[in-house]
Ligand binder design. Structure first.
Ligand code: DQA
Length: 146
């Protein structure tokens, strides 16, 4: 099982950015947690972070040609704006779980809009870094309704 984890803009700044919302653990800490969990699940993992919308679209298209079986994506601010990322997910049709560290539905109104939610097999928000691990479990055990 090949999994791809994609993190969008400013998530490389975890630990520095708004620690009251996103916590004090860093992006490197998140990567270490994800890699250890993948090992436990016996899954192959690739992690990708970009601050650029087009780079994320390119990575999603590449996933199609590379036979990726499942995607965990935190599109960050692009969640609320990006038709291009939503269209890429629709094009590749790889089971995808949308993850948000914070409780997006309890923050500003603009964060309640997600262009990805309807395409994702599941959305996990407000569970911190643990949400990524839960998303990986769902994809590996196919614990979602398709
Ligand atoms: C986020 C929530 C988004 O609204 C925000 O723009 C982010 C992070 C989260 O993980 O909680 O950058 O996706």
């Amino acid at each position: 099982m090949k999994l791809l984890v994609i993190n969008g803009p400013n998530l490389n700044m975890l630990g520095i950015r708004e620690p009251d919302i996103y916590g004090r653990s860093t992006y490197a800490d998140l990567m270490a947690m994800i890699e250890a969990h993948a090992k436990k699940l016996g899954a192959q993992i690739e992690c990708f972070q970009s601050n650029h919308e087009g780079a994320i679209v390119d990575k999603l298209q590449e996933a199609y040609f590379n036979g990726v079986d499942g995607i965990v994506i935190n599109p960050a601010a692009y969640t609320h704006t990006s038709v291009a990322i939503a269209d890429a997910l629709k094009a590749i049709r790889i089971p995808t779980v949308e993850v948000h560290i914070s409780k997006v539905d309890e923050r500003e109104a603009f964060r309640r809009v997600s262009y990805v939610r309807d395409i994702a097999v599941s959305t996990i928000s407000g569970k911190g870094f643990a949400g990524y691990l839960e998303a990986m479990d769902l994809l590996v055990k196919k614990g979602y309704e398709s």
